[in-house]
Write a protein that binds this ligand. Structure first.
Ligand code: SAM
Length: 278
């Protein structure tokens, strides 16, 4: 489980320190998401909101592609907001706000497009959250977001974990806020529908998760997994140097040329705000 207080604190700090490597992980997914966001945008000038913007990459991509967009990017983590603000300096069309996108939805400018790269699976009550986000959406506004598919299709969180720890994670059934909170397609569709969003579709995107790169991509990936994600907690808890050797030997399997590329899979969801309150 990853909660709001994790993001405002330790997890947000780690992501801020690691933003270049987390961005690199998504390098093969982002072009697909960015294209889906552009395709859902109105043809003329429009307002957009980036939910859980992190270090701001998705907003910056939209700002570059659509100079006529006025974008508000919001995130819980003060550390990620600081990185996003630095990166957005000079991009006048992009405003970066620290806060809870749901709690402050009524204060956000009414938007034609809401989007997120992996920032919407952490709500304690997802139906209430997506209902609340409707307060920031014009009737007919579009929603586009990515999220991970099942762990079993994301080998960095299943096969790799099993190789290192000897155990495959067995998550409890049902929605748990965290990276795999929206893995179940039918459950996510039901959440959106209950919150007053008409589902336009979910596209499966399989991609290579770039966990390491450079002159020693295996060492880079091992270091990355010591800092971020489910493996980091397992490695810290075990405090066993043998696990580090197991991690490196597993990562070698995914090394090719100058990268460690691990099979991963995401959904890109598209939905439209209905005019009625649910
Ligand atoms: C997995 S990170 C993704 C960050 C960024 N979108 C990216 O692609 O790098 C999830 C982000 O969602 C943010 N987040 C989670 N719940 C939020 C909420 N209720 N309001 C604003 N931000 C939230 C977290 O602080 C975190 O930065």
């Amino acid at each position: 489980m990853t909660t709001a207080s994790d993001w405002t604190g330790r997890v947000g700090r780690t992501w801020a320190a690691e933003w270049q490597r987390t961005d690199r992980c998504f390098a093969n997914l982002s072009p697909r998401l960015d294209a889906a966001i552009r395709e859902s945008a109105p043809t003329g000038p429009f307002r957009a909101i980036d939910i859980g913007c992190g270090a701001g990459s998705t907003s910056l991509a939209l700002a570059a592609a659509r100079p006529d967009a006025t974008i508000t990017a919001i995130d819980l983590s003060p550390d990620l907001i600081a990185v996003a603000r630095t990166r957005a300096a000079g991009t006048a069309s992009l405003t970066i706000r620290e806060g809870d996108a749901v709690a402050t939805a009524q204060q956000l400018p009414s938007a034609d497009l809401l989007f997120s790269r992996h920032g919407v699976m952490f709500f304690a009550d997802p139906v209430a959250a997506f209902t609340g986000l409707r307060a920031a959406a014009r009737p007919g506004a579009r929603l586009v977001f990515s999220c991970f598919r099942d762990r079993s299709d994301n080998l960095w969180a299943s096969e790799l974990m099993e190789h290192v720890t000897g155990q495959r994670p067995t998550p409890p059934p049902g929605y748990v806020p965290g990276p795999f909170g929206f893995a179940d397609r039918a459950a996510t569709a039901a959440i959106l529908a209950s919150a007053g969003w008409a589902v336009d579709g979910a596209t499966r995107v399989d991609f290579d998760y770039i966990a390491g790169s450079g002159s020693d991509p295996v060492a880079d990936a091992a270091d990355f997994f010591h800092h971020i994600g489910p493996l980091a907690s397992a490695l810290k808890e075990a405090a066993d140097p043998a696990l580090d050797d197991r991690l490196k030997s597993a990562l070698v399997r995914y090394a090719r040329d100058t990268v460690v590329a691990i099979p991963a899979s995401a959904w890109i969801w598209r939905a439209t705000a209905t005019g009625e309150q649910p």
